[in-house]
Design a protein around this ligand. Sequence first.
Ligand SMILES: O=C(O)[C@H](O)[C@@H](O)[C@H](O)[C@H](O)COP(=O)(O)O
Length: 224
Amino acid sequence: MTDFIDYPDTDMMMLQVARTLSRDLRNALGRRERVVFAVPGGSTPGPVFDLLAAADLEWARIDILPGDERWVPEDHARSNARLIRERLLRDKAAAARLIPLWRPLPAPSDAMAEVNAALSDILPIDVALVGMGADMHTASLFPGADNLELALSDDAPAALPIWAPGADEPRVTLSARVLSEAYALHVLITGEDKREAYQKARKLSPNEAPIAAILGDATVHWAP
Ligand SMILES: O=C(O)[C@H](O)[C@@H](O)[C@H](O)[C@H](O)COP(=O)(O)O
């Protein structure tokens, strides 16, 4: 069942989510030699990354995997890898390994064989943090995206190219299958519009509300 935790403010939420994630990562490190931690891009997770970077974990055994990537080079302002390197792979977490979804090739489809081969060496995900847009997308599973049907299917590849009118550039996203297989899955959202979007998504099909495909046993963390 999906759990919904309502926090009085974002500071408290960021602190509690960082604690929960470090607990989940520590448990995963007790179960597996290498651990996969999937993380979102976007503007919400920065404070959680800042807190987590200082956590006392065996980061050298953790692979950090973006849940999606915008098809831009790593030094681009919109690159999720850039955000992750700048905000998470610092301090103690600098010892972690980033598994990039971007390659210096013209289009996501040119890189998918290589990306999926790299993912098959590390999956499944142990701990996942994802965001959500007010349009009910998560990762880059956007409503109306060209590849959404495949991305939501049971036999979807781990990563696939995706393009949607709501996204600024072509992207690569992890499939709903791979995200929902995560041992622990947390959704981090703020603001009244996203609370309403989450409640609406619970009543819609994944095709209309892609986040619905991964809510299963997820914990949703919300603050105003
Ligand atoms: O790279 C991305 O765009 C994401 O991974 C995406 O799924 C994000 O989490 C949501 O769009 C929420 O974004 P905000 O936190 O900026 O609202």
